[in-house]
Design a protein around this ligand. Structure first.
Ligand code: UDP
Ligand code: MG
Length: 327
């Protein structure tokens, strides 16, 4: 399928990235220029930074980049809302201004050279192109183990995600128009994108170490993200609880019969330890189950409030107007 040369917006969330941004910003720009020179993307393409309420000089750096070169543009969130919301803000801003977006982190970890293959796949007719890590050589054993367990756990719990794919992906504005109708407040983008459908493919890339600065995703935040992902996308944990409840009930029933038979036979002994253990075990199980169900109720509570998922407080002056996009 022949497509017209697309306008590309590279969407980059940034939170306290003053150390790494001056290093990676020129790399994104030169990638944009290379792709333009190769005739794969239109010259109106942009590098779009989303400042996620940084407390350091990140926004000042973005503003000065935008003043230097019109291919840099930036939007600023009114406060820190987290990576997923920052990416969403950027994608929603971009969707009426471009034909395709590529979301990528600003720390240089994801190989920007994979963008060529992503754009090629779009030109071949794909609407979604997932960046998939080919290896995790540079990650520590611990990071690799926890990250890979993360994907396995998500899939086991019914949240379908592409293995080893994070948030480095190409989305066409066609897909983003549909994606805008997914109104949920609890965001887990990598699980939501496959639900939109459309023709998709993957591109493998090498994941490097961070160029500068430090990660915002320690193990605790990864666990939160995994739990959020599961409970946002799937009710399988509740179903497992039901199954487990049935199992415990059956075992208890057998226990009751056994106890009655023992009592009739006159074998009753003062079983304080066993009684206490059972009470403790079952109440522990019940609390865990209540917690999981409570988590879903919490999600429903947040969804019913339907608060805005992002608030843009500022845009760089060179940000094109949505209606300026050519038909
Ligand atoms: N980030 C963000 N808001 C946050 C935390 C992180 O926009 O609250 C951005 C951050 O600037 C980076 C990306 O999300 O571009 C990924 O974060 P990081 O590199 O710290 O995570 P890791 O790669 O270690 O998983
Ligand atoms: Mg990173």
């Amino acid at each position: 399928m022949e497509r017209k040369t697309p306008v590309l917006y590279i969407v980059i969330p940034c939170y306290n990235e003053q150390e790494v941004l001056p290093l990676t910003a020129p790399q994104f720009l030169s990638k944009l220029q290379d792709l333009t020179a190769a005739g794969k993307i239109a010259p109106e393409s942009r590098v779009l930074f989303v400042n996620d309420g940084s407390r350091d000089d990140t926004w000042a750096i973005i503003q000065s980049l935008a003043a230097q070169d019109e291919h840099y543009a930036g939007i600023c969130q009114s406060r820190n809302r987290g990576h997923q919301n920052a990416v969403l803000a950027g994608l929603m801003e971009a969707k009426d201004r471009c034909d395709i977006t590529i979301s990528i982190d600003c720390d240089g970890q994801d190989d920007i050279n994979a963008m060529d293959a992503m754009v090629d796949a779009y030109l071949d007719g794909c609407e979604v192109v997932y960046g998939v890590r080919s290896s995790r050589q540079t990650d520590t054993f611990f990071k690799r183990f926890t990250a890979e367990s993360f994907y396995k756990l998500l899939n086991a719990m019914g949240a379908e995600v592409v293995f080893n794919h994070a948030d480095y992906r190409l989305l066409s504005s066609r897909v983003l128009q549909e994606f805008a109708n997914f109104k949920e407040v609890n965001l887990f983008l990598r699980g939501m994108v496959p639900l939109v459908g459309f023709k998709s493919t993957s591109v493998a890339y090498e994941r490097h170490g961070r160029l500068a600065g430090k990660s915002h995703y320690p193990l605790s935040r990864m666990l939160t993200l995994a739990f959020d992902g599961i409970t946002s996308l799937s009710v399988r944990p509740i179903r497992y609880i039901t199954g487990f409840g049935v199992l415990v009930a059956l075992v208890s029933f057998a226990g009751v019969i056994w106890a009655v038979v023992q009592a009739l036979l006159g074998n009753t002994v003062s079983g304080w330890a066993s009684t206490t253990s059972i009470v403790c075990f079952v109440s522990g199980v019940q609390l865990v189950c209540l917690g999981v169900i409570g988590e879903y109720i919490g999600k429903i509570y947040m969804e019913t409030k339907a608060r805005p998922r992002y608030i843009i407080s500022e845009r760089t002056p060179n940000m094109p107007k949505p209606e300026e996009k050519e038909p």
